[in-house]
Design a protein. Sequence first.
Length: 246
Amino acid sequence: MFVQIQAEPRALFPALGAWLLRGLIGLTALILGHVHGARAHSLDDVDALLKSDEKYFQQIDKPMPDFTLRTADGRVVRPADLRGKVVVVHFVYTSCTDVCPLHAEKIAEIQKMVNGTPMKDQVTFVSITTDPARDTPEVLRKYGPTHGLNPVNWLFLTTSQDQPEDTTRKLAEAFGHKFTKTEDGIQAHGIVTHVIDKEGYWRANFHGLDFAPVNLVTFINALTNNVEHPHHEQDEGWLAKLKSFF
């Protein structure tokens, strides 16, 4: 069971300028490959493009929620361990028989597009189980290959034995959506793909399964190019403003 979150419908035909901009950035990512130091477009340009052309895109700008999880082989992974990479995060549980496999396969499609370019070494794909009790290390190891995910830059994370069973479900809530477990083990949930930049800032959500993969790859390409887009800093009050004059 799932609840698909959809944004407000936009015009059916995007402006010609936006279409040309997407084409240019998409060609950079998918045909010419990643060009180090490219600054042709700011992330604000890409955000504006996706807001007009991708109705399932949601701009975010906040630190990635903190966690301490483990891979199938017991390696500890924290957000700090992912710094320097663009990170694509999604939540699934392996006994899900409807949308979770479809979500994993959509991520695998995007991974294949990214890994066909020099962006491959700058992007990590992360799946997080919301059912650690049943998703044993053996189950985790089999899930990726079954759904086309390449372990070269993909991690499947779960809890350690000393963590509460609902740890990753609470983490999903920190990312803005819920996996609500029922008595029969089914989890009602939304479908969201989260994108984190190299500095550990959560930059975007792509909702549902109907977004265009090229749009997510375009956004990833902008982040791998370190395009200029300052984070929104908290107001430090009158003292910080006074210091700015000196």
